[in-house]
Ligand binder design. Structure first.
Ligand code: ADP
Ligand code: ADP
Length: 248
């Protein structure tokens, strides 16, 4: 069933149209790569789906959310695909939206997202601590992600003592620790060499899928995108083509 959907998304910056009317649906355990030339609207699309940027027009719907103003989900226009009720998130208040992002979404960026003074396990535990989980409990939950990501034994290392690929796998653990519904990754392999990039994308797609989350990713790298179930090509703020893969 559909977890996250964007309908008729339009976003303008002055005279620049970053999104010109985009429709996208993300299913359970789906992995979606967004590709396209620089300036085509990839980041804007990712950030709009993630509730970071608000569209000028259109809606972003997330499974299990109720719309504000007491509108029951059943009254929110439900697009074709069935499944659980979804509510709009693009019109939520800023506090509610940022709480929702922390709880239901995980984020992986290109680089520079780990706090250098904290050991890896505390970096991973951070999103849980921000939600109010006591430190000890948060670190215990964080540690469970180290083995699946091939990070056994690196729990106490500081980011400066990790390789680029290891640091990126710690960042993936941090995105997954809250058990999000969707992981958003913006050029997650952009700072890595080809060999490390392959290793990281294999783990990102596999571990995210096993966790039950969907993955939405922006990448310039066709080899990286090929690890995703679907590829969305964006051009001038529109989806220009859509390819479906069957990944094992
Ligand atoms: P991509 O990720 O494909 O490189 P972006 O989504 O970053 O594309 O940008 C799409 C278009 O919108 C570009 O022309 C970009 O310069 C413009 N844009 C994006 N964000 C902003 C912003 N905050 N202010 C002004 N223009 C922006
Ligand atoms: P990417 O390399 O992923 O395309 P960019 O360097 O285009 O990222 O954008 C990085 C951030 O800056 C994004 O959050 C985007 O919205 C913003 N941005 C992009 N273009 C502009 C612009 N022309 N003016 C202001 N902000 C922009």
């Amino acid at each position: 069933s559909t977890v996250l959907a964007g309908h008729g998304l339009i976003k303008k910056y002055g005279a620049t149209t970053a999104l010109a009317g985009v429709d996208v649906e993300v299913g359970e355990r789906d992995s979606l790569a967004i590709m396209g030339p620089s300036g085509s609207g990839k980041s804007t699309l990712l950030h709009t789906l993630a509730g970071v940027i608000r569209p000028d027009e259109g809606q972003v719907l997330l499974r299990g959310e109720r719309s504000e103003m007491g509108v029951p989900p059943a009254e929110v226009p439900q697009p074709s695909a069935g499944g659980a009720p979804r509510g709009r998130i693009d019109n939520l208040g800023e506090n509610r939206l940022s709480a929702l992002r922390r709880k239901r979404f995980g984020f992986v960026f290109q680089f520079g997202q780990l706090l250098p003074e904290l050991p890896a396990e505390e970096n991973v535990a951070l999103p849980l601590m921000l939600e109010g989980t006591p430190r000890k409990q948060a670190v215990a939950r964080a540690r469970r992600w180290f083995a699946p990501l091939g990070l056994d034994g690196l729990e106490k290392r500081r980011p400066g003592q990790l390789s680029g690929g290891q640091a990126q796998r710690v960042a993936i653990a941090r995105a997954l620790v809250v058990e999000p519904d969707v992981v958003f990754a913006d050029e997650p392999t952009g700072a890595l060499d080809q060999h490390t990039s392959t290793e990281v994308i294999q783990l990102l797609t596999a571990v995210t899928r096993e966790s039950g989350a969907a993955l939405v990713m922006v990448t310039h790298d066709a080899d990286v995108a090929a690890h995703c179930g679907r590829i969305l090509h964006v051009r001038d703020g529109r989806i220009s083509s859509h390819s479906q893969y069957t990944v094992g």
